[in-house]
Design a protein around this ligand. Structure first.
Ligand SMILES: Nc1ncnc2c1ncn2[C@@H]1O[C@H](COP(=O)(O)OP(=O)(O)OP(=O)(O)O)[C@@H](O)[C@H]1O
Length: 359
């Protein structure tokens, strides 16, 4: 390869997928990190003194996120306290191994780690859920439960915000998916770099403009330890189609990823379109666009032996839940775990439990 295009005098070792620049290792690190720094400062993601939980799955994105946040926090004196938050979905041969990687990151990066499990939060592991529902709709349970589990973990840790490793490819894919589905509510939200503001603990995406290929290159050249196996259960088929489409278009022109994100950011929804407003779930108090949130509906189905209750049309589920809510709500998690601090019961909202954490 030729010499580094920054004219630093070193030999180039790579061609940046995002810009086409040929760079040496050090100049690539600098360019990659400084872009994330600009993303953070331009969007004012953090304030000095904040405690930030990095949602750490052990995969490449969240591993790079934790590492780069540590580097930038020290280099630019952000004044952040960084902690790791992992959710153990209970998937044998997948999450147990990736959590070992997170534990290694905890030791290497000197960040405290909190692991919360679906079993403790909901009384079910994903292995048990898949045994009930099969492999077709299991991603729905996993995604809905993980979203809430991260919110609950962040509240439990009393952090100021939660950073996830969503990268540019993930966001572009989500824009495409929401267009294909005609999901206006999600389409308007999915490009936001900060979400959940005002409804709870903010979620931020510092890797929003980082290309997946560059994240892989960065972790490779930095020799970061991460877990790279796909989930053992069926991947989300619909997202898979959007992913294939995006990868095909990226081959023609890598700029499509940024173009799709910018298009998504510039979209404004016609005022006549009825968008659901966000409220709090009447059961668990977490953010929801329905009276009872999807996680509570899915959990209800599992506990009643009707695992398909929350899949697809929700009218039947709503009726059942409304009937049950007329009676005194009895906490099933309490029975399963014997620990009333882990139930979803509306009488036991998370606000009462924020100081329970031990690292
Ligand atoms: N089990 C988990 N525990 C904590 N955070 C998670 C977990 N799973 C996903 N996340 C967070 O959500 C982000 C997006 O998750 P997704 O499932 O799309 O994984 P991904 O794109 O493969 O990312 P990664 O490479 O970090 O696993 C992750 O980068 C991470 O911040």
């Amino acid at each position: 390869m030729s010499s580094c295009s920054t004219k630093c005098g070193k030999k180039a070792v790579l061609k940046r997928p995002k810009t086409g620049d040929v760079l040496c290792k050090e100049c690539f690190f600098e360019a990659f990190e400084i872009e994330i720094h600009f993303t953070i400062t331009r969007a004012k993601l953090f304030k000095p003194g904040m405690t930030v939980a990095v949602a750490a799955s052990g995969g490449k994105d969240s591993t790079v996120l934790a590492y780069v946040l540590k580097v930038l926090n020290e280099r630019f004196d952000y004044g952040l306290k960084l902690v790791l938050l992992s959710i153990d979905e209970g998937i044998t041969g997948y999450r147990d191994d990736s959590l070992d990687t997170v534990k290694r990151n905890r030791d290497d990066y000197g960040m405290p780690l909190k692991i919360l499990s679906y079993k403790d939060l909901y009384g079910w592991t994903m292995d048990e859920i898949v045994a009930e529902i099969g492999r077709k709709n299991n991603c729905t349970f996993c995604g809905v439960f993980r979203r809430q589990a991260l919110d609950r973990g962040a509240a439990l840790l009393n952090v100021d915000c939660l950073a996830t490793g969503h990268n540019a490819d993930d966001i572009a894919e989500t824009v495409l998916m929401n267009i294909l589905r005609g999901d206006m509510a999600r389409l308007t939200r999915c490009t936001s770099i900060i979400t959940g503001h005002g409804d709870g603990i903010a979620r931020v995406k510092p890797l929003k403009y980082s290309y997946e290929k560059e994240i892989v290159m960065y972790s490779y050249f930095k020799q970061l330890v991460y877990f790279s196996t796909e989930c053992v259960f069926a991947p989300n088929a619909y997202r898979g189609h959007a992913r294939v489409l995006l990868k095909d278009m990226e081959k023609i022109d890598p700029a499509v990823i940024m173009n799709i994100i910018h298009s998504g950011e510039s979209l404004t929804v016609n005022e006549e379109v009825n968008l659901p407003s966000l409220t709090k779930c009447s059961r668990c108090s977490y953010v929801s666009s329905q009276t009872v949130c999807k996680a509570c509906v899915l959990l209800e189905g599992l506990n009643r032996g009707l695992p398909k209750l929350g899949i697809g049309k929700s009218s039947k589920a709503k009726k059942m839940i409304a009937e049950q809510d007329k009676q005194k709500y009895e906490c099933t998690n309490d029975k399963v775990t014997g620990d009333s601090t882990k139930c979803l019961c509306k009488n036991n909202v998370i606000e009462n439990r924020t100081n329970d954490v031990t690292w």
